[in-house]
Design a protein. Structure first.
Length: 290
């Protein structure tokens, strides 16, 4: 309607100019004829202008209208797609955070179950020793169990505190140094065993707290169930890195519940790694691919 109103007003001015100045050139959309004209885009404007018919060609106005409609459609389509994309991103982020929260709760249950199981197993052995009499070895084992639980409580609290930062916000971590740091608390467990280390300098971009707890669980399995030797190798591969922990199996080692391995797998998933576990011919092998 705005286009037509503007066209009509302009036509009135053009005809007034023509009436006062006979050599005035009318624009192409105004047609003056002595006889009626036919055409789907022609509209009668004045049936008696100096004894002639005046028609307006509306094809230009229709073309402008189509261009306007097309532009409006494209902008609306862009707006709808943009809002749809934003809605998708918000929904995806909400669902992802919800899934992470669910996984984190499961992780915490596994952590607590695993730590409590280890603590109870240690205290069971200590009670057996105490039944035979108060000996320094029993007191030493109780002290080690307390220190172990205190350390694990600290690690669990760090995991809970760092969880809101998101596992995807990784940092560059020196895997060799972190593995050597993880081995330090187990020096007592490894002192009577042959420990072979082949560690290359490798950096990975992961969530440090998750990686540290995963390595601790794997080393803990190796230290607890090995009999005489432990081999740990860390090497670069074409598409990342590979960590291998291998040990023989002590005949008197208690069978674990499997929670440690399951917990390590969950942590590996959070940092984008994979864990493979195999057992055979008296040996136990844990492989992590980054």
């Amino acid at each position: 309607m705005e286009l037509l109103d503007g066209l009509w007003r302009d036509a009135e001015l053009q005809l007034k100019l023509l009436a006062s100045k006979k050599d005035h050139q009318l624009p192409p959309y105004i047609r003056v004829s002595e006889v009626p004209l036919e055409g789907k885009d022609l509209a009668l404007f004045d049936p008696n202008f100096e004894g002639k018919f005046v028609f307006l060609d509306l094809s230009g106005a229709k073309r402008k209208l189509r261009n306007f409609a097309l532009g409006l459609l494209l902008w609306e389509a862009f707006l709808v797609l943009s809002l749809s994309y934003l809605f998708y991103k918000l929904l995806w982020r909400y669902l992802r955070e919800r899934e992470q929260s669910r996984q984190f709760l499961e992780l915490m249950l596994l952590v607590l179950s695993h730590r409590l199981g280890n603590f109870l197993a240690t205290q069971r052995v200590n009670l057996e020793i105490l039944r035979e009499g108060m000996v320094p070895a029993a007191l030493e084992r109780l002290q080690q169990a307390y220190s172990y639980m205190e350390d694990q409580f600290r690690r669990t609290m760090e995991l809970i505190r760092d969880f809101p930062k998101g596992a995807e916000r990784g940092e560059r971590v020196d895997l060799k140094k972190l593995l050597q740091h993880t081995l330090e608390p187990f020096e007592e467990a490894f002192k009577d065993k042959r420990l072979e280390l082949e560690l290359e300098e490798i950096e990975v971009k992961v969530h440090r707290a998750d990686l540290e707890m995963m390595l601790h669980l794997l080393v803990e399995n190796t230290a607890r169930y090995s009999r005489s030797y432990v081999r740990i190798s860390l090497r670069k591969e074409e598409k990342g890195a590979r960590l291998v922990l291998e040990n023989d199996i002590a005949s008197d080692a208690p069978r674990g519940s499997g929670l440690g391995i399951e917990l390590a797998r969950r942590l590996a998933e959070r940092i984008g790694a994979e864990i493979e576990v195999s057992e055979g011919r008296g040996s136990f092998r844990q492989v992590v691919r980054f």
